[in-house]
Design a protein around this ligand. Structure first.
Ligand SMILES: NC(=O)c1ccc[n+]([C@@H]2O[C@H](COP(=O)([O-])OP(=O)(O)OC[C@H]3O[C@@H](n4cnc5c(N)ncnc54)[C@H](OP(=O)(O)O)[C@@H]3O)[C@@H](O)[C@H]2O)c1
Length: 283
């Protein structure tokens, strides 16, 4: 029987590349999009389904159409960025809904279909799911939530014949940066936040000026997990994610925290080479 996978968030980036790769390897791919009116180019074997993870009625409806599933990839997500005090309540709720509650609701609704085939769940977390990063507080909160949830399910699900794994990428060049949303209240900041925010914008600009890594390694990691007999709970992808992991594993917690704080502070206070300009202004 052809293996069937559902991947959320396939308009771009990791989800789209994974949908193409799995279809090329003979999987039947159910790929979700928020807007199905202009689907991306994909090979035969990919079927697009509409899904907005902020809409719980649509999640229920989608899951109700699927009776058997060999794999679910909870991939869709976005980053809310900026100082914590700039986030509106609606923005914080939306971030947690799309990155955590929506995927959790979808996974719960698809459990019967996954149990039927002894299926597996791969959750796209992030290095921000293990380490707090400045100006990403709610993105980190949403990914930390995924981590605790999946770690608990790694005890509950195997006796039901279902496996779960987390993939934690570091930075990869997809549409993720362009899709980031900024806090709404950027004009009422404390002076210290204002200053750090300038440093954060400069950091983003420096990163954009460098060649980014493609999503290929993340896709390889998911393919590897799907092919393994037993999936490990966590897979880190990229030098940055792996280095952070080792730093936290090898140093006492207070040392690691002090080192990370001074490193982050240094990155955020490095002068902007384009000083005077405002080209790092969030879109
Ligand atoms: N790229 C990185 O550096 C990186 C690092 C660590 C973790 N990750 C994680 O990897 C996953 C994929 O990200 P990516 O890098 O491939 O970014 P991407 O190119 O921006 O793709 C994100 C996908 O999520 C979808 N999405 C956003 N909001 C949604 C919603 N409300 N309902 C349903 N789908 C929604 C997007 O659809 P629309 O086009 O409709 O917005 C898009 O298809 C995310 O969970 C992200 O947090 C990425």
């Amino acid at each position: 029987m052809t293996r069937r996978v559902l991947i959320t968030g396939c308009s771009s980036g990791i989800g789209l590349a994974l949908a193409r790769r799995l279809a090329a390897e003979g999987w039947q791919v159910l790929a979700t999009l928020r807007d199905t009116s202009q689907p991306p180019d994909v090979p035969v074997g990919v079927e697009f389904l509409p899904l907005d993870l902020a809409d719980s009625a649509v999640i229920t409806q989608l899951a109700g159409r699927i009776d058997r599933l060999d794999a679910l990839v909870d991939n869709a997500g976005y980053g809310l960025v900026g100082p914590f005090s700039s986030y509106s309540l609606a923005q914080m709720q939306h971030q947690l809904q799309v990155n955590f509650l929506g995927p959790a609701q979808l996974t719960q609704a698809l459990l019967p279909a996954l149990r039927r085939s002894g299926g597996r769940i791969v959750v796209l977390s992030s290095m921000a799911g293990e380490t707090g990063l400045p100006f990403n507080s709610f993105y980190c909160a949403s990914k930390f939530a995924l981590e605790g949830w999946a770690e608990a399910l790694a005890h509950e699900l195997p006796p039901q014949g279902v496996q779960i794994a987390l993939v934690e990428p570091g930075g990869h060049r997809t549409r993720f940066g362009a899709n980031q949303r900024w806090g709404e209240n950027l004009h009422q900041l404390h002076a210290a936040e204002q200053q750090l925010l300038q440093g954060f914008r400069a950091l983003l600009a420096r990163r954009l000026a460098q060649p980014g890594k493609s999503e290929a390694a993340v896709v390889d990691a998911v393919m590897h997990l799907l092919a393994r007999k037993r999936m490990p709970l966590r897979t880190r992808v990229g030098g940055d994610a792996i280095a952070l992991r080792w730093l936290k594993a090898l140093l006492p917690e207070s040392w690691a925290q002090r080192l990370l704080q001074s490193q982050m502070r240094r990155m955020l206070t490095r002068p902007d080479p384009r000083a005077g300009g405002d080209r790092g202004t969030p879109s």
